[in-house]
Write a protein that binds this ligand. Structure first.
Ligand code: ADP
Ligand code: MG
Length: 226
């Protein structure tokens, strides 16, 4: 279970101060699929970075299973992030000098998983995202859809309980976008909690809850009736 209490994020640059998040509170239960929507600049990516422990809030509390990560040091956040939280970026963020296999293997190396186990897990996950036949390819040799499926494989190879996705179909055509959404939806069906930022009304239909933001605040939270 994750819970945000009055999260505020202020960016200060020289004499400009931007209030990116202004008192955001919500609770998300394990296994939910939440879409975050709202106009450009309203704080969606900032919120996702805080949820992913990539950044600290200026004020407020962020509870993961009752532990407050709101004011944790970088080293503690890194420890929690590793293996527990998967992050998918709009721009894929693969490492150009590593092939598909090596990109996906990397988080397991960071966790110190032994070679045989790494091999088994990477094989499994590449099969799942339908990239086994491209294991030796480098990112620049792949289509956008293939790059994003590789990035998803890398995000989930450690079997995180929480998957965060920042406009995962934003740089894809509609066919590739559909494949990526099917994959994310399948992970959620298998029990992964998903929080996804999207501009797409269609992508949002996969979620069981839609949170609408405006100007650093949540203005609406709608849970779908089943
Ligand atoms: P969104 O993802 O909804 O488009 P962001 O979370 O990226 O919005 O940004 C929210 C606001 O915070 C914007 O006004 C943006 O310019 C500002 N902002 C985001 N990151 C930084 C940063 N690192 N430094 C200064 N301002 C930032
Ligand atoms: Mg953004």
């Amino acid at each position: 279970m994750i819970k945000l209490e009055n999260i505020t994020k202020i960016f200060k640059t020289e004499d400009v101060e931007t209030i990116a998040l202004n008192g955001v509170s919500f609770e998300i239960n394990d296994g939910e699929f939440v879409s975050i929507m709202g106009p450009s600049g309203c704080g969606k990516s900032t919120l996702l970075s805080i949820l992913g422990l990539l950044d600290n809030p200026t004020e407020g509390h962020y509870f993961i299973n009752n532990t407050d990560y709101g004011k944790m040091k970088e080293s503690q956040r890194t420890d929690m992030r590793k293996g527990n939280i998967g992050f998918i970026f709009q721009s894929f963020n693969l490492i150009d000098d590593l092939n598909v296999w090596e990109n996906v293997e990397l988080p397991l190396q960071f966790l110190g998983v032994p070679y045989n186990e790494r091999k088994r897990r990477v094989e499994d996950i590449l099969r799942k995202v339908k990239m086994s036949h491209r294991a030796k390819h480098y990112p620049q040799q792949l289509s956008g859809g293939q790059q994003q499926r590789t990035a998803i494989a890398r995000a989930i190879v450690t079997q995180p309980k929480l998957l965060l996705a920042d406009e995962p179909t934003g740089n894809l055509d509609s066919k590739n976008g559909l494949d990526v959404m099917e994959l994310i939806s399948q992970l959620n069906a298998e029990g992964t909690t998903v929080i996804m930022v999207t501009h797409s009304q269609h992508d949002a239909t996969y979620a069981n809850r839609i949170i609408n933001m405006f100007d650093g605040q949540i203005v609406e939270s709608v849970t779908k009736m089943l």
